[in-house]
Write a protein that binds this ligand. Sequence first.
Ligand code: FAD
Ligand code: DLZ
Ligand code: SF4
Length: 500
Amino acid sequence: MTRLFPVLGDQLSLGLPSLAMADKARDVVLMMEVRAEAITPRHHKKKIAFLLSAMRHFAQELRAAGYKVDYVTLDDPDNTQSFAGEIARAQTRHGATGIIATWPGEYRVAEMLRGLGAELLEDTRFLSTRADFAAWAEGRKQLRMEFFYRQLRARRGVLMRDGEPEGGQWNFDTENRKPLPPGLTIPPPYAELPDALTEAVLALVERQFPDHFGDLRPFAYAVTRVGALAALRQFIAQRLSRFGDYQDAMRQGEPWLFHSHIALYLNCGLLLPGECIAAAEAAYRAGAAPLNAAEGFIRQILGWREYVRGLYWLKMPGYAAQNALGATRPLPEFYWTGETEMNCLRQCVAETRANAYAHHIQRLMVLGNFALLAGLDPRAVNEWYLLVYADAYEWVELPNVSGMVLFADGGLLASKPYAAGGAYINRMSDYCRHCRYDVTQKTGPRACPFNALYWDFLARHRDTLARNPRLALAYKNLGRMAPEALAALRARAGEVLAAL
Ligand code: FAD
Ligand code: DLZ
Ligand code: SF4
């Protein structure tokens, strides 16, 4: 009896628990390129190309490892272009009696697979389980990442010494907020030339999705495990040592800085979180990276990545509909075109369009901060983030956007909204030096829009946010402001919003 083992685009790991159960002699691994996944939402061209090429390369690896692989290509004339349609067709084709899969990365896909009677296995590529997170969250009013992280670190013995955190403290974030000094050499990112398989996919994407957002070429991402491992090695050797110091910095024309650029590989399965953490810890122990860098990097993966996944599965499906601040404004056109005089936003959209990548602070404090302050509709903002970044899958994108950026979950993830005026962007970047607006001005036609929007945001949400102890100082300052000054700021904010 043949059984069907669907392997989805974000499950490109030979160690997948479902694959371990497959009988190579009689079971069939099914991989499906389907249009529905590319067009709802309409993903960035580079993201589609990356994933389809990585899938095609992974199918070769599976065959080399002895699996029977049934691979449906996007332009197969019989392709029904949906997961459910392709699984049904493959069941008939192979006379398959059962479906076994690894837990997928999206709630709707899990529901679809369950609806087809599939057996779903826990995804062992994560370092904690959904049940671990649910047990930890039980009875807690607030779910702070820091405490989940500490527990995981201690349990797994990561950066620990005699039962205590290495260096005597869990978190070195206060050392990780430096702006970039002038003259610092930034190493180029890992890059590969596309092989014939990738070139075929690039041509396919150009043909099938010409109107999607984003630049398809140049295409230099790795598409195999070997390439992804090389990218990880290059990060550890060339950038990790400065990752901590400049984690929050931004510089015009420098999209990659000292970040790792591995989330796209981790999230589709070409890299595993445990090996990235082990590589960073080994670099620290060998004296090749300082503790604030290694701990900072490890916390992103062992802490944030595991935490947002736990939160997603605990709170779905309701999490996607949350809108605690009642935000309803449509997404401004400049999120697609980059055509705005706000230089920080223009730069971040342009880099997103070119690379299907922006680093964390660009996503959070520029693109996200504007969405928060302007009261953009969480559904529209989530859709944008999900489609523009090559590393975006709903389990990781949604908590970051609805929880971290928009405070749409009412403070479940973040202890306060990450709202900031232009001064923060000016401190951490050189964007303001190249901007038509003046970051020091609060009102008037040349005033940086972030300034008025910030105060307007606080005033607008006074009833909901003023009791938050972490906003006490901000509300104290708002309270001290002369009524005419606040009125002028709010009028300026009104103009900015009306112009959107
Ligand atoms: P680095 O800065 O080098 O960090 C190392 C790794 O840590 C990343 O590769 C990633 O795996 C992990 N990591 C870091 N921060 C987070 C986080 N907040 N949540 C989960 N993992 C994290 N990350 C995604 O992987 N997919 C997304 O769709 C995504 N959407 C985001 C949306 C918003 C609004 C924000 C603020 C953050 C989002 N992040 C997302 C988190 C983070 O911005 C990206 O993981 C990071 O920018 C990817 O680049 P990098 O690989 O160079 O990461
Ligand atoms: C994002 C994406 C795209 C563009 N295309 C495919 C595809 O053709 N086949 C596939 O298996 N997965 C694709 N994905 C990823 C899925 O949309 C989805 O995010 C994951 O399968 C997680 O459930
Ligand atoms: Fe952005 Fe304001 Fe700075 Fe211009 S002045 S780059 S709008 S923060």
